[in-house]
Design a protein around this ligand. Structure first.
Ligand SMILES: *Cc1c(COP(=O)(O)O)cnc(C)c1O
Length: 399
C-alpha cells in the first residue's frame, strides 16, 4: 500500500488519538527508516527514545528469532530463565535489589505508585498515601499516571482524577517542602523532564530531595522511562546526579522496540509486594526479557556507553554553535543523546522543514525541539542532522 492508502485506512479505523506526520514507515535499518514509497529518512526520534540500537540490529534479530523458536510466551505461573536473567542484570547494574516486570512506562509507574502506597500503608497506616509530583512532568496515560502527571492538558475531561497526587514546581525545594506533610508517602520525579521540554533537575535539588525523603521516611521514585538505558550517557541518569532513588521505573529504551516496562526497588520496599498484590499477564514475557537482556549486554560491553556519551557531546557542541548563529534559539540543554533546543518561535514548521529534507525530529511543549536518536547514531549522521537544522533555520530566518 502507498502512504495515502495507509493513511486513509488508519484514519477510518483507528481511534483518532494521535497527531501523525504524513509518513508511513515500512522498515528501518540502523538510524534510517523507509517510507511506503521507498524514501529513506534519518530518524532522530527513534520511536520516541525506544529504538536504543536503531532498526534491525542483527544481534536483536537473532535473539528474537531464536527465542521465538524456543518460547514466545508462557505465564507468571511458571519461572523462565530470560526473566530471571534480566532481573539479575538490572539489579547488578543499579541501586535496586528486586524488579517487577510489566509492558509499558505507564504500567511501570502504576507499579511504582502501588508499591509506594502499599509500603506506606504497611509501615505507617492507611492515611499516608500522598505522592508529590512535578509541574510539567509526564508519567503516562492510565488514570493513576495521568493523575500523577503535572499537566492539565493530559487530565482535562477525564475527571474525577485519582486522588492522592499533588504537583509542585520543578527544581524548587521550598515549594516542595511546603507541601510535605504527615500524609506524604513518596515523591515522584523524572531526573530530566522529557515530554515536559528536556529540563534537567539541579543536582543540588535532587540531593536535597534525597535528604528530605530519608529524614522523613518518604520514598523517592525516579521515573527513568525516558532517561534510562544509556540515553543520557550512563546506564541510568541518576548515576550522573549521584543521587539514588528507592524506586525507579523503566520502559521505552529497555526493549529497543519490544514492549517491556520495569519497576525496580530496594529489598525493604520491594517486600511490600506480596503474593497476589500485583501482576501482569505479559509482564516479564520471555521474548521481551531476552531482547532487553541482549540490549543491556551490548550497552555494557566494550565501552559502548562511553561512546554514547561522546556522541551526545558531539551533538551538543553542534547545537550550541547553531545557537550562536540563530537568535531564536533560546537554550540548548539535556544530557547524552537526550538533547533539546528551546526556541522563541513555534517548533512545528522546523519539524516539517526537517522532514522535507528527510530528517525526522520531534518537538515537545510547542517550542522545544527534542533529539532522541538511536544510541548508535554516527558522527556522520549527527553532521547530517546539524546541516539540515542549519538549512531549515536559515530559511526560517528569511521568512
Ligand atoms: C513515555 C513516558 C511514560 C509513559 O510510557 P508509555 O510506555 O507510553 O506508557 C512515562 N514516563 C515518562 C518519563 C515517559 O517519557
Amino acid at each position: 500500500m502507498l502512504t495515502e492508502e495507509i493513511q486513509h485506512m488508519s484514519d477510518q479505523y483507528v481511534m483518532n488519538t494521535y497527531n501523525r506526520l504524513p509518513l508511513s514507515i515500512v522498515r528501518g535499518q540502523g538510524c534510517h527508516v523507509y517510507d511506503a514509497e521507498g524514501r529513506s529518512y534519518l530518524d532522530c526520534v527513534g520511536g520516541i527514545a525506544v529504538n536504543t540500537l536503531g532498526y534491525s540490529h542483527p544481534d536483536l534479530v537473532t535473539s528474537i528469532e531464536r527465542q521465538a523458536r524456543h518460547l514466545l510466551h508462557t505465564s507468571n505461573l511458571f519461572y523462565t530463565e530470560p526473566q530471571a536473567e534480566l532481573a539479575h542484570c538490572l539489579v547488578e547494574h543499579s541501586f535496586a535489589d528486586k524488579v517487577f516486570f510489566c509492558n509499558s512506562g505507564a504500567e511501570a509507574n502504576e507499579a511504582a505508585i502501588k508499591l509506594a502506597r502499599k509500603y506506606s500503608h504497611d509501615h505507617f497506616g492507611p492515611n499516608r498515601s500522598e505522592i508529590l509530583t512535578m509541574v510539567n512532568s509526564f508519567h503516562g496515560r492510565t488514570m493513576a499516571t495521568l493523575s500523577a502527571t503535572g499537566q492539565t492538558k493530559v487530565q482535562h475531561g477525564f475527571e474525577p482524577l485519582v486522588p492522592g497526587f499533588t504537583s509542585v514546581p520543578f527544581n524548587d525545594i521550598d515549594s516542595l517542602e511546603a507541601k510535605i506533610s504527615d500524609q506524604t508517602a513518596a515523591i515522584m520525579i523524572e531526573p530530566i523532564l522529557g515530554e515536559g521540554g528536556v529540563i534537567e533537575a539541579d543536582t543540588a535539588y535532587l540531593k536535597a530531595l534525597r535528604d528530605l525523603c530519608t529524614a522523613r521516611n518518604i520514598l523517592l521514585i525516579f521515573d527513568e522511562v525516558q532517561t534510562g538505558i544509556g540515553r543520557t550517557g550512563t546506564l541510568f541518569a541518576y548515576e550522573q546526579f549521584r543521587v539514588q532513588p528507592d524506586i525507579m521505573t523503566l520502559a521505552k529504551g529497555l526493549g529497543g522496540g519490544i514492549p517491556i516496562g520495569a519497576c525496580l526497588a530496594t529489598e525493604n520496599i520491594a517486600q511490600a509486594f506480596t503474593y497476589g498484590t500485583h501482576g501482569s499477564t505479559f509482564g516479564g514475557n520471555p521474548l521481551a526479557c531476552t531482547v532487553a537482556r541482549q540490549i543491556l549486554r551490548i550497552l555494557l560491553e566494550g565501552g559502548e556507553l562511553e561512546r554514547c556519551q561522546e556522541r551526545g557531546t558531539y551533538l551538543r557542541k553542534g547545537l550550541l554553535s547553531l545557537q550562536e548563529q540563530f537568535s531564536f534559539i533560546k537554550d540548548v540543554r539535556g544530557r547524552g543523546l537526550l538533547q533539546g533546543i528551546e526556541l522563541s518561535i513555534d517548533g512545528k514548521p522546523i519539524v516539517m522543514g526537517c522532514l522535507a529534507h528527510r530528517v525526522i525530529i520531534n518537538c515537545t511543549m510547542g517550542r522545544v525541539l527534542r533529539f532522541i536518536p538511536p544510541l548508535i547514531i554516527t558522527q556522520a549522521e549527527i553532521d547530517v542532522l546539524l546541516a539540515t537544522l542549519e538549512k531549515v533555520f536559515l530559511k526560517q530566518r528569511e521568512a
